[in-house]
Design a binder for this molecule. Structure first.
Ligand code: ADP
Length: 487
């Protein structure tokens, strides 16, 4: 397999193991296609357990050197990586559009996040690494020392490929761990090989960061190998709740700690004192960012009854006019969904809701490879789309009698990732926020927000643990209690 070149089209993507680009042991590969044009973008190594094992071994061997590297060296590597990514901005925007149907705006958001992530990670190198503690044992000095755990395995999705793979690896690396990343089969380049190119060029030592790709439907082999390996000390996973649940069950068997960032069914509450125009814009942005394929997207909008009629009319008019089509056209707001399976699922769930009595206020008719921005109302609770996360540009709007009613309905979901409250009274917003079962709440902003230093994560079935550089130490380090006693 040739080394990945700088041209985007038709590249060969190998595994990145021990600082080398390599083919699968089995020699197998698969073709990854563009969700917009259907053309083959890359020929990708189809990894299995043996490839994963090789990557884990490489990471294990690199751990001592990386954990002991002086802070200035680690700092330099992350700063250099940020400069390299910044220099490749145009090319990366093109790759994100081609590989994941990511539009210009969301591409800029992802690159902006990744640059801040790398530059903030550089600062982590000089953070204190422990505490001195008073001891009741005479003549004894006690301390708690933060130590990297060793090999961290990361499993990342395709939807915000650059951001989510970055978040899964940069924090653990900055804290002195080594990493094996498994990107999604849909984004082997922007969620995997691209990070390897950048970090390698920035000077990250061989083996410190490794990437294993795999064919569609074969993620389980790679994941199971990561879970079963005694050399892997932590796993972080970003993806859907059903997959996360399976992973956590297996992790329990191996007593392996996992960080899980899972699905959302995120509510946006419009209080009766809200500015309707503001609420409409927030809902449209929050529901349809990246075709609704972001875990934080608004899925349910609860509007207090006095505003409902006006809100619905203005929201439907706005949504019906969102430019839909080619993700590489900067004017496009709604690009293609990731694949035919996702398109068919959206179509099926919307049709089911309509058969059960839902009304379509906007959209609702597929335009392959796009699904249009769609607003449903009067959706019965038994409809699949009302129950769990449907990853795409469909949002449910419901009128409620009061903000309290909205909170009750918001909390009725098993999921608890992000939530938004739009109100003219910020203090009221804060009071409502304290009653929402959600890991993230924004008062007077839409729910699709992320910054690398914030504690990102969900409650209930939306996951365990927090990403966020200041918080990652709790997930990806161990505190060691050390004492020294006078003889
Ligand atoms: P999404 O809907 O975001 O694709 P998934 O949970 O299916 O959500 O995928 C998220 C990540 O989990 C991807 O990298 C995918 O390849 C991976 N994945 C899927 N099934 C498994 C599994 N059984 N073990 C480990 N990883 C898996």
């Amino acid at each position: 397999v040739e080394r990945i070149g700088s041209a985007w089209q038709k590249r060969h993507i190998g595994h990145f193991i021990g600082g080398d680009w390599v083919a699968s042991d089995s020699g197998r590969s698969y073709q990854n296609r563009s969700p917009w044009s259907g053309e083959v973008l890359s020929e990708v190594a189809a990894g299995d357990g043996e490839d994963t094992q090789r990557a884990i071994t490489a990471a294990h061997l690199a751990f001592g050197g990386w954990a002991g590297a002086p802070p200035w060296r680690r700092q330099q590597i992350f700063l250099r990586a940020a400069d390299i990514l910044e220099g490749r901005r145009t090319e990366v925007l093109g790759a994100l559009a081609a590989e994941t149907g990511c539009g210009r705006h969301f591409g800029d958001v992802q690159i902006g996040f990744a640059l801040k992530l790398l530059r903030q990670a550089a600062q982590l190198a000089y953070q204190p690494t422990g505490h001195l503690l008073p001891s009741d044992v005479e003549g004894t000095q006690a301390m708690a020392v933060r130590r990297p755990v060793g090999v961290v395995a990361a499993i990342a999705p395709w939807n915000a490929s650059l951001t989510l793979s970055g978040r899964a690896v940069v924090g653990p690396l900055a804290l002195g761990n080594t990493v094996v990343l498994k990107p999604s089969e849909e984004s082997p380049y922007t969620g995997g090989a691209l990070w390897a190119e950048i970090l390698q060029e920035a000077g990250l030592p061989p083996g410190t960061f490794n990437v294993v790709t795999h064919a569609p439907g074969e993620a389980g082999v790679v994941g199971d190998t990561m879970l079963a390996s005694p050399l892997v000390k932590r796993i972080n996973f970003t993806g859907s709740t059903p997959t996360g649940r399976r992973l956590a069950e297996k992790a329990g068997r191996h007593l392996k700690r996992v960080v899980l960032q899972l699905s959302g069914q995120n509510p946006l509450i419009v209080v009766r004192d809200a500015d309707v125009e503001y609420a409409v814009n927030a809902s449209a942005y929050g529901a349809f960012m990246h075709q609704g394929q972001v875990c934080m997207c608004a899925r349910r909008v609860y509007v207090e009854r006095p505003l409902a009629e006006e809100f619905n009319a203005r929201f439907a008019a706005k949504v019906a006019n969102l430019p839909t089509g080619d993700p590489s056209d900067p004017a496009t707001v709604v690009g293609p969904v990731i694949n035919e399976w996702a398109l068919a699922l959206l179509d099926r769930r919307v049709k089911e809701a309509v058969e059960l009595g839902a009304r379509v206020l906007a959209g609702g008719v597929p335009a392959p490879p796009c699904y249009p921005a769609t607003v449903l109302t009067d959706v019965p609770d038994e409809a699949e789309i009302a129950q769990g996360e449907t990853f795409g540009p469909v949002v449910i709007v419901e009128a409620v009698d009061s903000a309290e009613d909205a909170v009750t309905r918001a909390n009725a979901s098993d999921l608890g990732l992000a939530a938004s409250i739009i109100t003219g009274d910020a203090h009221r917003g804060l009071r409502l926020a304290s009653r929402l079962d959600a890991g993230i709440v924004h008062v007077n902003d839409q729910p699709v927000n992320d910054e690398p230093h914030m504690p990102f994560g969900g409650v209930k079935d939306s996951g365990w643990g927090r990403f966020g550089l200041g918080f990652a130490a709790e997930e990806f380090c161990e505190l060691q209690w050390v004492t020294v006693r006078d003889q």
